[in-house]
Design a protein around this ligand. Structure first.
Ligand code: PLP
Length: 435
């Protein structure tokens, strides 16, 4: 669509040269059905720069060994690289190394938290953890915009403890209903867990306000930073949340690795979820005592090469500079939303203006199923996500079962956004529903 280009000719240049960065991502060189690949599915999983692939391969070919055990040279090197990786990833989110436990990803991190609170409720973890115990009638609050990963673990915890699960509603424009939030969160709230950015709406939620609400209620605040970590400068201690989770594979890093961040006193009070090797001090046949955090939450052999790959990913992002990433993606966001919202028959989910957003838009095309839109775009080499994006309650709230989601990354160019907009603008004519 020519009009969307015209809207942006005066946009200021950014420090980031996306076209040049593309050379760092081997996968982007390929064609799909004769068209260059336009990868707009980074919210599902990000592509990996060569630096990440090389870091993992380099570790596996030169230093692979079990960490924290063994007196041999390789074990020492591997342990050093593993703990350096922890420091790098913790630093990326503003935290100290001991505030970061490795997990398998955001889903694993959220389940870890919910199961740990369940164990505290069951009396595990001693006196310190009793402050985290839930009693029947206590409340857990989430939002209507949750990814299932930040919903189902809390449903299960509520079922196990007799707590009540409540939610903060989403308004028609996609923002959280602040007035409702102020009444849903009360002195009964023990946990307030919410996404930094919904993986469907792309809106950056008002973390400071929500944390203040949670704190005033005496609740534990949990942030799902899965979508924000690759796109925003992140300082978790400054945000004031008690706990936060993120996934490596969404932030240019490997699969099977993620982070659980916590305030020191909260992590200290949390009983372990998984138990076994590497997280203990003393074990007898009858009982065991546990290491302090973060090792208390790292039972079993850890994803060492993945941790090293994730450290390479955050170093890569830091090398670009998260302010530059944010500035580039803000331009893409405006271009994508302005272009899509101008197309007749296209409805953006949560189209609020005047709020901070990521370059991520989910939309519905009138009388064309999301899967058909996805296939139509795929024939032009454009990869988008279709379906409910693991957010069924949010789709139900907007009266649909599926949507199309386009999500950008550091390597996305404005020309690619224009190709998306042009493709979507032709969908209804192709399916004969534009009359
Ligand atoms: N939270 C949000 C907001 C997400 O977008 C996702 C993944 O799409 C998750 C949690 C779960 O992440 P993972 O599947 O990497 O555990």
């Amino acid at each position: 669509m020519g009009s969307s280009t015209a809207l942006h000719t005066s946009a200021p240049p950014t420090a980031l040269d996306a076209a040049a960065l593309r050379a760092d991502f081997p996968i982007l060189g390929q064609q799909v059905d004769g068209s260059p690949l336009i990868y707009l599915d980074s919210a599902a999983t990000s592509q990996k720069p060569r630096a990440v692939i090389d870091a993992e391969v380099g570790f596996l070919t030169r230093a692979n060994s079990a960490v924290h055990r063994g007196a041999h040279t390789l074990a020492g090197e591997a342990t050093e690289l593993f703990e350096d990786a922890r420091a790098a990833v913790a630093g990326f989110v503003g935290a100290a190394p001991e505030q970061l436990a490795w997990t398998a990803g955001a889903t694993a991190g959220l389940n870890l938290i919910a199961y740990s609170l369940g164990n505290a409720t069951a009396g595990r973890g001693g006196v310190a953890s009793q402050a985290l115990a839930l009693r029947p009638g206590d409340e857990i609050v989430v939002t209507e915009s949750e990814h299932h990963a930040n919903l189902i673990p809390w449903q299960e915890l509520a079922a196990r403890t007799g707590a009540v699960l409540r939610h903060i509603p989403v308004r028609d424009d996609g923002t959280l209903d602040a007035e409702a939030a102020a009444s849903v969160v009360s002195s009964r709230t023990r946990v307030l867990s919410f996404p930094h950015v919904s993986n469907v709406l792309g809106i950056v939620n008002p973390v400071a306000e929500l944390v203040a609400l949670g704190r005033a209620a005496g609740a534990l605040t949990v942030l799902d930073a899965c979508q924000s970590a690759p796109h925003l400068p992140l300082d978790l201690p400054a945000l004031g949340v008690d706990l936060a989770v993120f996934s490596g594979h969404k932030m240019l890093g490997p699969y099977g690795i993620g982070g659980l961040y916590g305030r020191a006193e909260v992590l200290d009070a949390m009983p372990p979820f998984l138990t076994g090797g590497s997280m203990i001090t003393t074990v007898t046949l009858d009982e065991a005592s546990y290491l302090p955090p973060p090792q208390r939450f790292e039972a079993g052999t850890q994803p060492v090469s993945q941790a090293i790959g994730l450290a390479a990913a955050v170093r890569y992002l830091d090398g670009i500079g998260m302010d530059a990433v944010r500035a580039h993606e803000t331009l893409l966001e405006r271009r994508m939303r302005d272009g899509l919202r101008a197309i007749p028959g296209v409805r953006l989910l949560g189209d609020a203006d005047g709020v901070a957003r990521l370059a991520l838009s989910a939309f519905d095309v009138d009388r064309v199923h999301a899967h058909d839109v996805g296939q139509f775009l795929d024939a032009r080499g454009i990869a988008v996500r279709v379906g409910h994006h693991c957010a069924q309650p949010l789709h139900r709230r907007f009266g649909i079962t599926a949507s199309v989601r386009a999500s950008a990354s550091v390597f996305t160019t404005e020309a690619e956004i224009d190709a998306l907009v042009e493709g979507v603008s032709e969908v209804r004519a192709f399916f004969g529903v534009d009359r």
